[in-house]
Design a protein around this ligand. Structure first.
Ligand SMILES: [Zn+2]
Length: 438
């Protein structure tokens, strides 16, 4: 028991990182922009309040159904506290809705869209806003230069733009500050309890249990680390899927696509092995041994650094590819090609086979990062990658140490992960189209 208790404490800081892919919108854009059906600007962007007020009674029913589903799942999901349940008679329906689905109430949720890299030339005569107008979090390297456009009800926008933009939105802070110990007034009443893992000191650290899903832990880890069962991405996916269905069937198509985009964010996160396995490459027995030797924090730091290097690398290589560099064209081919995508993906499929694939890929990915990235960045627990200032130079650092071979090997393993991302993104698009036709 003593050991188990130590193990519980030792893993508390697991994966303080909780971003997965950088800039989800650009990642899914090559797939969406090659789908003619999604490219036509046919959607009228309405404020959230319009949908909520028009459908308040139906929303109450949908949220009640989600609550029943949550209760029946028998997982460690915190049910919605009674005072937060959606009341269609409430005087402020929009605020009531935001509280009932328990997202961060300080963000605006007004209609907007990202200007994609290929559109930047045309942005000159448009009024744009930046990340800081849309989020209280730091932009970070990947988002600091992205322009966004606020949408009015008189604008028309394409499903591709809405889906892509919304798929990046949960990283703007929607799931930040929701736990009781996060020091926010809403976290104090949302009923999610204490943050089970993730580093509460990082600005976005408290979103970790919403963006990571450890659905395939062995019995010992489950017993020793019950907090790791407290993960919410599938709960979020199922919630947004239900709301989208309602929006589509009631003529609120803009919100149908946007809710499905929110859900797509978590699907993307879970295709990344570091979001599906707490310590890739470390067996349960080794983890136990690390605890006994007091080296758990070292292992967590290494995993955190590899996770960080992977994100920086993916972002750098994709940016190079998007800028028209021919040698990295393989990235665009990978991202626009959903080979053998499942015909559909349901929220429960995400648990039963998407995350299983991510788990199976974790060790090989972790090993490749350890092998082809300079050891200082991925095998030295005294080093902190995030915030090192080296993020933007990651590809050059890897090339000067390991040559083109290292880049070649890393491209191969990272594009394998992205193939999984694209296949499941396509399956989710298929589901969205089906909802749209119902
Ligand atoms: Zn995320």
């Amino acid at each position: 028991m003593g050991t188990l208790r130590y193990l519980t404490l030792g893993f508390l800081l697991v994966s303080g990182q909780s971003q997965a892919w950088s800039d989800h919108a650009s990642l899914v854009w090559p797939l969406l922009s090659t789908d003619a059906e999604l490219k036509a600007p046919v959607l009228t962007p309405k404020p959230l309040g319009d949908f909520v007020e028009q459908q308040s009674q139906a929303i109450a029913e949908v949220l009640e159904a989600h609550e029943q589903w949550t209760a029946a799942r028998g997982m460690d999901y915190a049910l919605t506290p009674q005072p937060l349940r959606f009341d269609p008679q409430s005087s402020n329906l929009t605020r009531g809705f935001i509280q009932a689905i328990r997202i961060n109430p300080t963000l605006s949720y007004a209609p907007y869209r990202q200007l994609m890299a290929s559109e930047l030339g045309a942005a000159d005569n448009q009024e744009t806003v930046g990340w800081n107008d849309l989020s209280f979090l730091d932009a970070g390297e990947s988002h600091s230069s992205i322009p966004y456009v606020l949408l009015a009800a008189s604008d028309l926008v394409s499903p591709a733009h809405v889906l892509a933009t919304a798929s990046d939105e949960p990283d703007r802070g929607m799931d930040v500050g929701l736990f009781a110990d996060n020091g926010t007034p809403f976290g104090a009443i949302y009923g999610f309890g204490q943050q089970p893992f993730g580093n509460p000191n990082l600005s976005y650290g408290s979103q970790a249990p919403f963006h990571m899903g450890f659905y395939h832990l062995d019995w010992l880890t489950k017993k020793a680390q019950p907090g790791l069962l407290n993960t919410y991405p599938i709960w979020r996916i199922a919630l947004y899927d239900r709301l989208a269905e309602l929006a589509f069937t009631t003529g609120n198509d803009y919100w149908g696509w946007r809710f499905m985009g929110w859900a797509l964010h978590y699907i993307g996160d879970l295709t990344q092995p570091y979001h599906a396995v707490p310590l890739p490459g470390v067996s349960t027995v080794s983890a136990l041994w690390l605890v006994i030797k007091g080296e758990t924090n070292d292992a967590i730091q290494l995993v955190s650094n590899r996770h960080g290097v992977l994100e920086s690398y993916q972002y750098q290589r994709l940016s190079t590819a998007l800028s028209g560099d021919e040698a990295s064209g393989v990235w665009l081919t990978t991202l626009s090609n959903a080979e053998s995508a499942p015909a559909e993906l349901s929220p429960t499929d995400v648990q039963s086979y998407l995350t299983l694939e991510s788990v199976e890929a974790a060790t090989a990915l972790d090993t490749a990062l350890a092998m082809y990235v300079p050891s200082r960045y991925v095998s030295d627990s005294s080093f902190e990658w995030v915030g090192s200032g080296l993020e933007g130079d990651v590809a050059n650092l890897i090339r000067s140490d390991g040559g083109d071979e290292a880049i070649h090997q890393l491209d191969a393993i990272v594009t394998q992960q992205l193939k999984r991302f694209v296949r499941f993104a396509q399956a989710w698009v298929n589901r969205t189209k089906k909802h749209n036709q119902e």
